[in-house]
Ligand binder design. Structure first.
Ligand code: MG
Length: 253
């Protein structure tokens, strides 16, 4: 009887941990037939899976267009931030899709209420440009009435600071670069940490510290089942993955 009780308890603990961990498709669900990172089709596939979030990367071209592409390189363009929009757009991605604008991405984002957009603002050359990218992104998200259905992430401390200073109250902002403790992030007004696998494995105590501060914990980019399970067992809120099907399977979805 005692053994049965303990087994049930263990089962409940696993179920609770699993229920808490949510799936974020890294650059959309691109690892599927005919899709590619950061494309509209990758977002559609993520939406079809009804994952919690679909991540995307935002860069600004020389003529001020916000585009969704990881960068810096695109085909024979060494740095999309040093090219104009038409030059980037004229070169299709390897699956034949064009590089989408942020506006096109947000339009598609509106079509699913299940899947949030996790917007990564890439580093840019100057603080002025980073501030402009933040302002333009916030305006675009507002225009599409998506304020409550997006979260922001960045490696740039300056971008996260700008978001904390200028985004609407309640906006979720997580820092990617990994050198700040949860308390240091909280102090700057960030709402979460979104750190590399190795950073969180070196600092597993940061998971609880973040939770005690009311912050979220996201980990990137986890593609194998064993590491996914480690982070599920350690109670992270989000796992960012190129393999959302495997993560869904582990979570019993
Ligand atoms: Mg990214």
């Amino acid at each position: 009887m005692k053994r049965l009780f303990l087994s049930l308890l263990a089962l409940c603990a696993v179920a609770t941990a699993s229920a808490q961990t949510k799936v974020i498709a890294h650059r959309g669900f691109h690892a599927t037939q005919n899709s590619y990172d950061n494309t509209i089709s990758a977002l559609k596939h993520a939406q079809a899976l009804r994952v919690f979030g679909s991540e995307l990367d935002v860069n600004e071209t020389t003529d001020g267009e916000l585009i969704v592409i990881h960068g810096a390189r695109h085909r024979d363009i060494p740095n999309v931030q040093a090219a104009d929009f038409q030059t980037v757009r004229a070169l299709p991605l390897i699956n034949g899709e064009v590089v989408p604008t942020l506006d096109e991405y947000l339009k598609q984002g509106r079509k699913s209420k299940a899947t949030k957009l996790i917007i990564e603002l890439k580093r840019h050359a100057t603080p002025e440009q980073e501030a402009r990218v933040v302002a333009k992104t916030l305006a675009a998200v507002k225009k599409h009435k998506l304020n409550k259905r997006v979260e922001y992430i960045s490696f740039s401390r300056y971008i996260c600071d700008e978001l904390a200073r200028t985004a609407p109250k309640g906006t979720q902002i997580a820092y990617l670069n990994g050198e700040l403790s949860p308390a240091q992030c909280k102090e700057r007004g960030f709402t979460g940490i979104d750190y590399h696998i190795n950073t969180l494995k070196q600092h597993p105590e940061w998971i609880k510290q973040a939770h005690d501060l009311g912050m979220t914990v996201n980990v990137w980019t986890v593609n194998d089942a064993e590491t996914m399970q480690w982070f599920i067992d350690h109670g992270v809120d989000y796992i960012t993955t190129d393999n959302p099907l495997e993560l869904n399977r582990l979570l019993g979805k």
